[in-house]
Design a protein around this ligand. Structure first.
Ligand code: PLP
Length: 420
């Protein structure tokens, strides 16, 4: 049989997706001219079926810490695959226990126990349940603009109406307060609060950094009220912000920390709740009170173990800090050149957001970058902010290339910004 023409194959794939998966999203792909599906990816590059290469500054929403297909992570998964992919669930699995031990060793303070699951939202669900069972209290305090995932519990503590309203009623007893306002947090936390849940830096909210002292104040407020502090490091964790965990920038240790995304090194999906002895003590009496069939499976744990090794060996947090400072400086120079178009550039490490002066400018910048073969995408809870989150292994030459694309794309958008 002759090989299928890539263009024919591309149209067949898009129309299959349109007819049987998500017609609305397929329309967006067509509108953006993204008619070719991704076929291969290595390091910081994604190649589509037509052979077009894109420099990825989105990293699958922060998944590709060590880059696409890091050889050490792939090798670890391949080796595990030949031995045992999934667990019997009756016998103990070595990679699960080894990963728990390793993560407990790396996590700050007295975070010593791990529960493994398969995604960020699931990690948040687990943390919310652990907080309730530990404190015997029903309530949660979360931040406006927060994003914690789209399952019911995670959505209930997320802070954007457009995703919440169609699914109401959500979990009762959730109060939202402005992110960064310690006095508002203090007023909202009370004797019925099981936990405060915060992202150390809001990701989908538009890369919002906390004022210095905010996370420490949150810790103190929780301690005073007998509530737990949950830090959602699903996006900020695993070196992205220049430290292995973002809470380390402010020296704050939560009771429960949620991880996912880059924990699997961009090769396997895995999530984790990492917590104190107290927050995990309910397992002593009821080991099956919270479970997941696939959570902690050998393949995902092998990927996470290899990822943690790569993080350390290649000092990916240090690389993120160094490269991020350079990129932030360059983007800030560009922002100063185009004040009509860019309101602000902010971030930490390689978690950077470009806030545009209007929503249309965000879309236009994305399209202009795409035309220059650079992938970047807006944040979910704030379409005016384009995130710049390349794999942490991106080289200096690739960063130069990304900066050049941003320079040209911003000039292009600025020329028409009044019409957007
Ligand atoms: N928490 C944070 C901070 C996130 O950024 C995300 C996803 O973007 C989630 C939770 C949900 O993760 P997942 O999409 O893996 O469920």
């Amino acid at each position: 049989m002759p090989p299928e023409d890539p263009a024919v194959r591309a149209e067949a794939v898009l129309s299959a997706f349109e007819r049987h998966a998500n017609p609305g999203q397929a329309r967006v792909f067509r509108f953006m001219g993204l008619v070719n599906f991704e076929a291969e990816a290595h390091g910081a590059w994604v190649r589509d079926v037509a052979g077009q290469e894109y420099l990825d500054c989105a990293s699958g929403y922060g998944v590709m810490g060590p880059g696409y297909g890091h050889p050490a992570v792939v090798a670890a998964v391949q080796e595990q695959l030949t031995k045992q992919a999934m667990s019997s669930r009756v016998l103990l699995s070595e990679p699960t226990a080894r990963l728990a031990e390793r993560l407990a060793g790396l996590a700050p303070g007295d975070l010593e126990y791990c529960f493994f699951c398969n995604s960020g939202a699931e990690a948040v669900e687990g943390a919310l349940k652990f907080a309730r069972v530990t404190t015997g209290r029903p309530g949660f305090v979360a931040a406006l603009g927060a994003f914690h995932g789209k399952t019911f519990g995670a959505l209930s503590v997320s802070g954007r109406d457009v995703y919440r309203r169609p699914f109401e009623p959500l979990l009762p007893g959730v109060t939202h307060v402005p992110f960064g306002d310690a006095a508002a947090l203090d007023r909202a936390v009370g004797p019925g609060t099981a936990a405060v849940i915060l992202e150390p830096i809001q990701g989908e909210g538009g890369v919002i950094l906390p004022p210095d002292g905010y996370l420490a104040a949150a810790r103190e407020i929780c301690d005073r009220a007998g509530a737990l502090l949950i830090l959602d490091e699903v996006q900020t964790g695993m070196g992205r912000t220049g430290r292995l965990f973002a809470c380390e920038h402010w020296g704050v240790v939560p009771d429960l920390m949620c991880l996912a995304k880059a924990l699997g090194g961009g090769v396997m999906p895995i999530g984790a709740v990492v917590g104190t002895e107290r927050a995990f003590s309910f397992f002593a009496a009821a080991p099956l009170l919270h479970t997941s069939t696939f959570g902690g499976n050998p393949l995902a744990c092998a990927a996470a173990l290899a990822t943690l090794e790569v993080m350390e060996r290649e000092d990916l947090p240090g690389q993120a800090a160094r490269k991020g400072a350079r990129l932030l400086g360059r983007l800030a120079d560009l922002a100063a050149r185009y004040p009509r178009t860019v309101r602000e550039v902010r971030g930490k490490g390689l978690m950077i957001g470009l806030e545009m002066t209007r929503e249309g400018a965000g879309g236009a910048l994305m399209a202009s970058l795409l035309a220059r073969r650079v992938l970047a995408v807006h944040t979910l809870n704030n379409e005016r902010v384009i995130r710049v989150m390349p794999p942490l292994v991106i080289t200096d030459a690739e960063l130069d290339r990304a900066t050049a694309a941003f320079t040209d794309a911003l000039a292009e958008v600025d020329a028409v910004v009044e019409e957007l």
